[in-house]
Design a protein around this ligand. Structure first.
Ligand code: S3P
Length: 431
């Protein structure tokens, strides 16, 4: 059955490895597919989201072969992709849908892209509008603001674009279209979203210029194959980090995690709350900072979370709510309206979940106010994760400090980003 009960734990201990970073994996798959020659990707996330990206490129003629821990991509070159025979299904993956909309806008064939019920509700106008202003032909449901989107071949022209929301998916969609556009294409953000695309593009030979929060790319003549090692996903590590912080006498070390500053908001926030987090063995791998993360249990205090720090922890909101609920005092999370259009409405999902667990919180249009129960434990409950992988994993982490456990309904959703999550969590638990 698609439900699982997680029991309270006395502590979390040991050395842990988490699966590859989802964002970096998508980008390696996309750039490898349009490069000339064989790209080798080590440590790729094999979750439902990245499998959706692989299936999309297979349908456009790209070959993928796995040998050991390495995925070999037989790239087709910038103009070598073939028209897919059917609709491309991005399933639950916003990154697949939005980045591919940019890439497909520059192809010389027709394509249609869709997704599952959750993805078909998510806003696409943010990518469609700038791509149309580059000359792209994109039509879709609800005045071209929702999937499915149909894309016809057009000649693209570079633009200078200031994004209305700080979104790496939006920035990346425009940069990928920019590879095919005449002249240069620039994207400026008010706050810097995750920068994996602009870090990886030069490894494939693309010319990228970064000035402050502006990224500029020139039309590319060719991309050449690269070897990419994908770091562990800090967004997956975050669940174990919070699990260790909130259960007494815990000490875990998570090996080889990506610690790109546009992603480490969770570390900064937990430290401000009073957690003991240490980065060990720092190095750079495939243009990305990587480290081992050591986390010990500690009491937490409520904090104010907003702005760039929150943006660098945007996917960690559900698990931050769990930490906040077990803190002393009040945590205020604001300026996070984007959370309403993620895999689920995460503000509403977490507000309802916390209330079910006996925590007092107030939902705001753009955030959540949580009054921590400090030394207390969550009430036992059975909660539906609303099809959202990160809500499911956050509930599992909350269960570690619950009266008699929490049942997570829809637990299979974790496969989207962290296959094996429940096994890894169970192994680390002391009971
Ligand atoms: C992602 C960007 C973020 C993030 C998502 C992955 C990416 O979304 O929430 O999980 O890989 O570019 P937005 O671009 O919508 O902020």
């Amino acid at each position: 059955m698609d439900r699982i009960k997680i029991l309270p734990a006395k502590g979390l201990n040991g050395e842990i490895k988490v699966p590859g970073d989802k964002s970096v994996s998508h980008r390696a798959l996309i750039l490898g597919s349009i490069a000339e020659g064989e790209t080798r990707v080590e440590g790729l996330l094999e979750g439902a989201d990245t499998i959706a990206t692989i299936s999309a490129f297979r349908a456009m003629g790209v070959g993928f072969e796995k040998t050991g821990d390495t995925l070999i991509i037989s790239g087709m070159g910038l103009s070598g992709l073939r028209e897919p025979e059917d609709v491309i299904d991005a399933r639950n993956s916003g990154t697949t849908a939005r980045l591919l909309t940019g890439l497909l806008s520059g192809q010389n064939f027709f394509s249609v892209i869709t997704g599952d019920a959750s993805l078909r509700k998510r806003p696409m106008r943010r990518v469609v509008e700038p791509l149309q202003s580059m000359g792209a032909s994109i039509f879709g449901r609800k005045d071209s603001s929702r999937l499915p989107l149909a894309i016809s071949p057009r000649t693209l022209t570079g633009i200078s674009y200031r994004t209305p929301v700080a979104s790496a998916q939006l920035k990346s969609a425009i940069l990928l279209a920019g590879l095919y556009a005449s002249g240069s294409t620039s994207v400026t953000e008010s706050e810097k979203s995750r920068d994996h695309t602009e870090r990886m593009l030069p490894l494939f030979g693309a010319e990228v210029k970064i000035e402050g929060n502006t990224v500029t790319i020139n039309r590319a003549r060719e991309l050449s194959a690269a070897t990419i090692t994908v770091p562990g996903d800090i967004s997956s590590a975050a669940f174990l980090m919070v699990g260790a912080v909130i259960t007494p006498e815990s000490h875990i070390v998570i090996r080889d995690v990506g610690v790109n500053p546009t992603r480490t908001g969770i570390i900064r926030i937990l430290e401000r709350m009073g957690a003991k987090v240490e980065l060990l063995n720092k190095k750079t791998v495939s243009g990305e900072p990587v480290a081992d993360i050591s986390v010990k249990s500690s009491p937490l205090n409520g904090v104010l979370i907003k702005g760039e720090e929150l943006l660098a922890a945007i996917d960690e909101f559900p698990v931050i709510c769990v930490a906040a609920a077990l803190s002393k005092g009040r945590t205020i999370i604001s300026g996070a309206a984007e959370l309403r259009v993620k895999e689920s409405d995460r503000i509403s999902a977490m507000a309802d979940a916390l209330k079910n667990l006996g925590v007092s919180c107030t939902e705001k249009e753009d955030g959540l106010v949580i009054d921590g129960i400090e030394k207390g434990t969550f009430k036992s409950a059975s909660i539906d994760c609303r099809g959202d992988h990160r809500v499911a994993m956050s509930l599992a982490v909350a269960a570690l400090r619950s009266e008699e456990g929490i049942e997570v309904k829809g637990a299979k959703a974790v496969d989207v980003s962290f296959p094996g999550f429940f096994t890894i969590l169970e192994k680390a638990c002391r009971r």
